[in-house]
Design a protein. Structure first.
Length: 449
């Protein structure tokens, strides 16, 4: 259902009013119009206007104005703490580097400004009094659920190769189809992505991976994924010859991606977790095996994410999850607590979530049972968190000082005692209570002495 009336937030309406009062056309444009029309809350509100950058600045004298990209006509104005990006109507010049226009020209025509935008659903403008301006049929494509380039797809990708991934990203996030001509051009022009910076690719690919239809899009456009990450190509069609797997490695991977919660770390870990499998396949009477694949996957993940210039935090976490994804869980609290002790709660939780996604993408005949086990582990970890269970020296009811007071000499021995007590508490052999722990130590010293 498309909604015809859009009510921009008050600061955005104020920006439009101020520009209009100074005699300039002004509209909300792009993603916010698309999202408002499909009934979703826009996360930012961009404006486009006939006013040139100087005139925009003059209109907002007294407001905090950030000259975001003045040479491209973009100014950010802060109204009631809300940053609003305002861009002068513009036509992009020649794109010699398949990345950015060599120059931009300002124009008085809104239609010309909309024509430079990537997809029809992103090329609509709206003004509360003038209504929707939609020269390229964006509203119709939005209703039908179609991503189509504005103009000739091949030319638009030649201008800016990133649009190839953006088309796939919007299709994955909105669960839309990609129009036939646009899809064809994505395949034929995919190597233009070699001209695009790693950071921009990473941004789009991460959003794509987190999209509801990531599996469908990456099935149809695996060639694009392998253009950016050729190290994933060996997974394609790789038969696992294993009773636990109904799917080849790539299909399994995409199913794991879509089964994982839509968060960057988990979706990336799901994409990379089995990337090492094709490199360590062996076969015997029982079928195919992939001994040691997690360690190889980790190295492939490292090189892939390095290339993406992924930040340290995400890199470290994805590598950790990839390395440990094949942990065999035995259903005990003891194993869970050891895991938390080693990698912390958050990572342990993610590891179980990845495990569940992995299981969900395995052979159907084991799935229900293994999913139930996986849910039990997650519930068990929740309960441990809820109970604030002791899994670190910080939480132990006894300190080094307490042991000193018992006469244990300062230094290494104290640490050994503390670790022993922690293990006893984690394994449930002792309660985490000061007197019980000290009593245990006294008794052991007595036995030794
Ligand atoms: P979201 O912010 O939800 O990711 P968006 O559509 O707002 O989606 P942005 O990257 O913020 O995407 O860009 C804002 C608008 O600028 C787009 O809607 C589109 O009209 C235009 N645009 C952005 N990137 C490009 C591009 N590479 N080529 C052509 N037009 C683009
Ligand atoms: Mg946006």
């Amino acid at each position: 259902m498309t909604k015809l009336q859009i009510t921009p937030p008050a600061p955005v309406q104020r920006a439009l009013d101020l520009l209009n009062a100074a005699g300039f056309e002004a509209y909300i444009v792009g993603g916010c119009v698309r999202d408002a029309l499909r009934g979703a809350e826009p996360h930012d509100w961009d404006c486009t206007t006939a006013a040139k950058p100087d005139a925009i600045c003059a209109c907002f004298r007294g407001f905090h104005v950030i000259e975001t990209g003045l040479q491209h006509g973009t100014v950010t104005v802060v109204i009631d703490k809300m940053p609003i990006e305002i861009t002068t109507y513009r036509i992009d010049g020649v794109y010699a580097d398949h990345r950015r226009p060599d120059s931009v020209t300002f124009t008085d025509s809104l239609t010309e400004d909309l024509a430079r935008r990537d997809f029809t659903v992103n090329a609509m403008a709206y003004h509360p009094e003038n209504g929707l301006i939609d020269p390229f049929g964006g509203a119709e494509d939005l209703k039908r659920g179609v991503i189509a380039c504005v103009g000739k797809a091949e030319d638009r990708f030649e201008e800016d190769g990133l649009r190839i991934l953006r088309a796939m990203r919007f299709a994955a996030v909105l669960d839309f189809e990609i129009a036939e001509e646009t899809a064809r051009a994505i395949h034929t022009k995919r190597t233009l992505l070699h001209h695009i910076s790693a950071e921009r690719i990473d941004t789009e690919l991460t959003k794509l991976l987190c999209g509801a239809a990531a599996e469908r899009v990456l099935t149809a456009f695996s060639d694009v994924l392998f253009t950016v990450l050729p190290e994933l190509q060996p997974m394609y069609g790789f038969d696992q010859k294993n009773p636990y797997h109904d799917y080849d490695v790539y299909t399994h991977t995409l199913k794991a991606v879509s089964a994982a919660p839509p968060e960057p770390v988990l979706r990336w870990a799901a994409l990379l977790h089995d990337s090492g499998k094709p490199h360590c396949f062996t076969e015997d009477g029982r079928g195919g095996h992939f001994y040691g694949h997690a360690a190889i996957s980790k190295e492939i993940a490292r090189s892939a994410l390095h290339k993406m210039k992924c930040d340290r935090k995400r890199l470290d976490r994805v590598l950790l999850l990839t390395e440990l994804h094949d942990t065999v869980w035995n259903g005990t609290e003891k194993q869970l607590k050891r895991t938390v002790q080693k990698i912390g709660f958050e990572a342990a939780y993610q590891l179980l979530q990845l495990h569940k996604a992995d299981v969900a993408a395995q052979a159907a005949r084991f799935r229900a049972e293994r999913l139930a086990e996986s849910d039990e582990l997650l519930a068990m970890l929740d309960a441990l968190r809820e109970a604030d269970a002791c899994m670190s020296l910080k939480k132990l009811a006894v300190t080094g000082g307490d042991l000193l007071a018992l006469g244990i000499p300062q230094g290494r021995e104290i640490g050994q005692w503390l670790r022993l007590l922690l293990e006893q508490v984690m394994d449930g052999a002792l309660p985490n209570e000061q007197e019980a722990l000290l009593q245990y130590v006294r008794q052991r010293i007595g036995e030794k002495g």
